[in-house]
Design a protein around this ligand. Structure first.
Ligand SMILES: [Fe+2]
Length: 290
């Protein structure tokens, strides 16, 4: 019997879908891929979606016990710590986060370690949520810490897949691999055809309305990058060529500095203010000897 209820919240500024799962029998709840508002010019943070989710939990007498990430996102800031402060919930992410942290060790400060998260998840681990079970599926490719969460006939895929007309996410960040992404998507497409796929991002191709849910059958047949007609080799060459044209996401440095540490903001500076840092990549440094 299905016992899980899925509620989606869409953050239009970053095109991010955040999901609240509630176990109907016990009212225990989890949130997948939370999102803060962040204005990169002013540095202003706000919690519009997390506040809506906390209100929903209160209105429905539900208890938030898990805050799950599909990976350390590079395009929005996680609200995991905000939600944790307003609940007794644990923060969880795939154990690949250790590799992701290591990938950015030489460029970002602070970078964090395993202890920033309450628990790291193994491939195929089962996380109880009331009487429901959340199955962890390791799906590297977009990043090496990517996981999907399978609950009943729902799979929350993070950036492993987009809607069929959106294709797939880039694989050119450190730790990314188009070949691995292909294999990870094959695992998703091997699930029962009626399984509902819930994506983490929708960028509304061709200006259409926001869509965040498809099915395995629809994805396998119609995804513009990975449908049944496309070979692994063709996908890898398409993905690699396309990634070479993409600029870095606007929020990559703010996002990673926060998200690699489970949503923790950088420590306060001596003046009591928190700062995001951006590594400079330049040959015009006057300190560099000519
Ligand atoms: Fe991502």
């Amino acid at each position: 019997m299905m016992t899980i209820n899925v509620h989606s919240f869409f953050h239009s500024e970053t095109g991010t879908a955040s999901y609240l799962l509630a176990d109907a029998d016990t009212n225990q709840a989890a949130i997948i891929d939370s999102v803060l508002d962040f204005d990169v010019v002013s540095g202003k943070l706000a919690a519009t979606i997390p506040d809506q989710q906390l209100q929903w939990l209160e209105d429905n007498n539900c208890q938030l016990i898990r805050i799950l990430e599909t990976h350390a996102h590079a395009d929005h800031l996680s609200a995991a710590q905000y939600l944790k402060q307003h609940s007794s919930a644990q923060t969880l992410i795939g154990k690949g986060i250790i590799s992701a942290q290591n990938n950015f060790k030489s460029t970002l400060i602070p970078i964090g370690d395993a202890s920033d998260f309450d628990r790291l998840l193994e491939d195929e681990e089962i996380i109880p949520l009331g009487k429901s079970q959340i199955r962890v599926m390791s799906t590297p490719g977009h990043t090496d810490d990517s996981v999907c969460y399978l609950v009943d006939d729902n799979i929350f895929v993070g950036d492993t897949l987009f809607m069929p007309d959106g294709g797939t996410a880039r694989c050119d960040f450190p730790g990314g691999s188009a070949a691995q992404l292909w294999e990870s998507i094959a695992k998703i497409h091997a699930l029962p055809s009626q399984t509902k796929i819930w994506v983490c991002h929708d960028y509304q191709p061709n200006g259409r309305a926001v869509k965040i849910q498809t099915t395995v059958a629809q994805s396998h047949k119609f995804n513009i990058h990975v449908n049944k007609e496309i070979s692994k080799e063709a996908f890898i060459s398409m993905r690699t060529a396309r990634d070479a044209t993409l600029a870095l996401p606007t929020l990559i440095y703010p996002s990673l500095q926060v998200n690699l540490r489970a949503g923790k903001l950088p420590e306060k500076h001596q003046n009591g203010v928190r700062y995001i840092s951006i590594p400079l990549v330049t040959k015009a440094d006057p300190d560099v000897a000519k």
